[in-house]
Each structure stands twice: as structure tokens, then as C-alpha cells.
Design a protein around this ligand. Structure first.
Ligand SMILES: [Zn+2]
Length: 203
């Protein structure tokens, strides 16, 4: 699915589940759910995340940007701070630098657990522990969304290299696919516009 669809679905699902999630729904929670819904495509040089948040234009730039930030973080942390989560973050960045889109890691359960571990550290550090739930909701909405596409996702990577998808799928970029994604975005936006003002006021 395209980044726009992932962002819309992530925000809508996060808002829909907010009453089940501990902590209050905040603007920050919505930002977290949208970013985490875009995050799995971080290994794709043309994803929204790379084009607009980090100026990554090509595979080579991606390798250089993520690889060098990752290595710097690992080295700096080993010598000075020594926080395990930071080393894990560095390793993830190096993996992202070298993995190509959908070959595994970021679209797998293992990847999600490792990233949730990092998110958990970040959110507890800033005393907003509830944000990790929004992270998990956003991230899993992305993986489930991609399971509706004909390519599926390597859910059990690195244990199994098979792409998993639902029995009903559409092809991204096809006429059908574009229609379905547009419809999903419209429904998500309508739902967000309808629910959000109420929720932010209530809580
Ligand atoms: Zn994806």
C-alpha cells in the first residue's frame, strides 16, 4: 500500500482503539501512530519516510545515511553511554541500510518486536510510556495492510522466507488497487474528522 494509505489507516485505527489503550489520546499519540504506520517502509528509498523526513534519494544514499548513523551510534554508545537499547537502534539502522524493500526485517514480527523494544525505551525515557501502545498499533496496521496486497509480507522472517498474504488481495498501482486505496483513505479521513474533535475534548 502507498504511504498515504498507511498513514490514514494508522491514524484511524489508533483513534478507533484509543479507548482500549491506556493513557489519553493526545496529538503526540497521533503523531506516533502515523510515524509508526510509515516506519516499516523505511527500507524503501522512495517511501514517504525517506523522501520527506530524511532526504534519501537513492539506494546508495540510503546505505550511506543509515549505515553511518547506525555505526556512529553503536560506537558512541559503546564508548560513552552504554545503553543496550541504543546499540540495538544502531544495529537496526545498519540492517535497514543494507536490506532492500520487503526482503524481510521491517515487515516481520521479529522486526516489530525489536522496534517496539526501542520505542518502549524512548517512551519510558520521556515519561510517556503509553505511547508504545500507539507505536505497536501503527506498526501492526502497516503490516496487516500490506498483507492485503498481492506481494504480501515476510511475516516470519528470518525464520521463514515466505511472503504471507490474505486470501483477498489487490495489486498496488493497478486500477483496482488505486480505487481500493482511495476508498480506504476517504473512509479513514471521514472517520478521523468525525471522531477526533470529540475524543480530544473528552479526555
Ligand atoms: Zn510496507
Amino acid at each position: 500500500m502507498t504511504g498515504k494509505t498507511h498513514a490514514g489507516v494508522g491514524a484511524a485505527v489508533g483513534i478507533a482503539l484509543s479507548s482500549e489503550i491506556p493513557g489519553k489520546l493526545s496529538i503526540m499519540a497521533i503523531v506516533v501512530v502515523v510515524i509508526s504506520a510509515l516506519l516499516p517502509d523505511i527500507d524503501h528509498p522512495k517511501s514517504i519516510f525517506n523522501r520527506y523526513i530524511l532526504p534519501v534519494k537513492s539506494k546508495l544514499v540510503k546505505i550511506i545515511v543509515y549505515g553511518s548513523i547506525g555505526l556512529a551510534l553503536i560506537m558512541f554508545n559503546t564508548f560513552y553511554i552504554n545503553i543496550p537499547e541504543l546499540t540495538v537502534t544502531g544495529i537496526v539502522l545498519v540492517i535497514v541500510a543494507f536490506s532492500s524493500h520487503r526482503t524481510g526485517f521491517t515487515h516481520s514480527i521479529v522486526g516489530m518486536i525489536i522496534l517496539a523494544f526501542i520505542a518502549n525505551y524512548m517512551s519510558s525515557r520521556y515519561n510517556h510510556i503509553y505511547l508504545v501502545y500507539y507505536f505497536i498499533v501503527g506498526y501492526s496496521s502497516h503490516i496487516i495492510g500490506d498483507m492485503f496486497t498481492n506481494r504480501g509480507v515476510p511475516l516470519f522472517y528470518p525464520l521463514k522466507n515466505k511472503n504471507i498474504k490474505f486470501p483477498f488481495t489487490f495489486r498496488v498501482g493497478s486500477n483496482n488497487g488505486k480505487f481500493i486505496e482511495d476508498a480506504i483513505i476517504i473512509v479513514s479521513v471521514l472517520y478521523i474528522v468525525y471522531r477526533l474533535p470529540m475524543l480530544l475534548k473528552l479526555k
